[in-house]
Design a protein around this ligand. Structure first.
Ligand SMILES: Cc1cc2nc3c(=O)[nH]c(=O)nc-3n(C[C@H](O)[C@H](O)[C@H](O)COP(=O)(O)OP(=O)(O)OC[C@H]3O[C@@H](n4cnc5c(N)ncnc54)[C@H](O)[C@@H]3O)c2cc1C
Length: 374
């Protein structure tokens, strides 16, 4: 019997399935991709786009074209609820979509629960499109006056964003004061050598880095910190950690501690075998994974295979997360900070390698004329 496969979100973990959609549609199955946007932005190059090192067209996939060119339909409409008993998805527009097999790759949001916020100039670092909006805003508003820019978060995203806002200002002759609030310590979960390099790299450029201080509120152009101090703030970036979407919990699906869709090693929901998921939005049972794109990308080929097996029959494959992986952070000054296990280094070669790996990844999946859209 022919089935309806629905892919919700066209993130990193769905790229292999999107590339090989013909394998499903050629067998007569109907495939629908549902995502809020026709594009998906690659987060690894997001900070580089913020600084202007990359053009937006260089870092995004035209997922609607990718799907439609391979016989699938595309709906630009976020999914807001699931009725697993009826195998039904509810979309923001009010539309409903029935599925036989569904896979979720809807990423994560930014944790801002305790911060009181008002004003328009606040940019959570996800979705990555926000970085494009922030870039345009900064370039437009601060041509003639000094910008007070705050980055909340001292993890990898906070580091890359502050380093690349610096580059954006520097390359465009803008003046400003940049402050990073780390919450805890800068790069808290990384070796000391990485922390030292990151702190030195930012402070050498005149960026203020405050450790063990968080953002409490941001109102009427004033930021208040948890230590009671206040400062002027024209623009704020929120890189305060990730949170999976609440849609799974609210829809009554079993979730992990972090409210991600609880899946077994085959990336299959533990409550409904026809529901799959990958990337930041899942919780792998007995094996919580860090929210890094590396896992989403590696899960991609397992999801492709398992969705095929659900449609056509066959054994499901297991995802075996690799323990050690390489991370390279873009320090915004042509240098990178490279980390793998206990090895840490930095310099131009590290950024060269990051740029090489990222561009190679883009070439593999930019199959819809993205670069001609510049
Ligand atoms: C600034 C920054 C830099 C980073 N750099 C790196 C890095 O260098 N290396 C690394 O390994 N990790 C990096 N990460 C982490 C990385 O972004 C995530 O782990 C990765 O994006 C997860 O991929 P994903 O496909 O699960 O989610 P996403 O990339 O977030 O994709 C989710 C997709 O789902 C869509 N979607 C969202 N909600 C819905 C909905 N309700 N219905 C339908 N569709 C929906 C979105 O539009 C999006 O296209 C970085 C993160 C940030 C914020």
């Amino acid at each position: 019997m022919k089935k309806h496969l629905v892919l919700v979100g066209g993130g990193h973990a769905h790229l292999a399935a999107l590339m090989k959609l013909r394998d499903y549609t050629d067998k007569g199955h109907r495939v629908t991709l549902i995502s809020p946007s026709a594009y998906h932005y690659y987060s690894g190059m997001g900070p580089g786009m913020l600084s202007g090192f990359y053009e937006p067209a260089e870092i995004r996939f035209h997922i609607s074209k990718m799907a439609e060119a391979r016989g699938a339909s595309f709906m630009a409409d976020p999914v807001i609820r699931i009725d697993p008993a009826k195998r039904m998805l509810m979309l923001q527009s009010g539309a409903r979509v029935r599925y036989d097999v569904v896979s979720f790759n809807i990423g994560s949001g930014i944790r801002i629960d305790d911060i009181v916020l008002s004003g328009r100039n606040v940019f959570p670092v996800k979705p990555i499109e926000n970085l494009l909006r922030a870039r345009e805003y900064i370039l437009e508003v601060f041509k003639k006056r000094t910008a007070h820019i705050l980055i909340a978060g001292g993890g990898p995203a906070g580091l890359e964003i502050s380093a690349n806002v610096w580059r954006l200002m520097h390359e465009n002759g803008l003046t400003g004061e940049l402050t990073v609030l780390c919450g805890g310590r800068m790069l808290e979960h990384f070796p000391n050598a990485a922390r030292t390099i990151a702190l030195k790299s930012l402070r050498e450029r005149g960026i203020t880095v405050l450790e063990n201080v968080s953002l409490r509120s941001l109102e009427n152009g004033k930021a208040t910190f948890t230590d009671g101090k206040t400062t002027d703030c024209d623009v704020a970036f929120l890189a305060t950690g990730t949170k999976p979407p609440f849609i799974f919990h609210e829809s009554g699906l079993e979730t992990g501690q972090d409210k991600g869709l609880l899946v077994n090693a085959c990336l299959q929901s533990v409550s409904y075998p026809e529901i799959f998921g990958g990337g930041d939005c899942i919780s792998l049972r007995n094996h919580p994974l860090p929210k890094v794109g590396v896992h989403a990308v590696k899960e991609s080929s397992i999801l492709y295979h398992n969705l095929y097996a659900m449609l056509e029959g066959g054994e499901l494959m297991k995802y075996r997360p690799q323990k050690n992986y390489l991370l390279i952070f873009n320090l915004g000054n042509g240098r990178g900070l490279l980390w793998r296990q206990s090895f840490v280094t930095n310099g131009r070669a590290a950024f060269w390698l990051k740029n090489y790996i990222d561009r190679k990844f883009m070439r593999k999946f930019q199959v819809s004329g993205e670069l001609e859209e510049k």
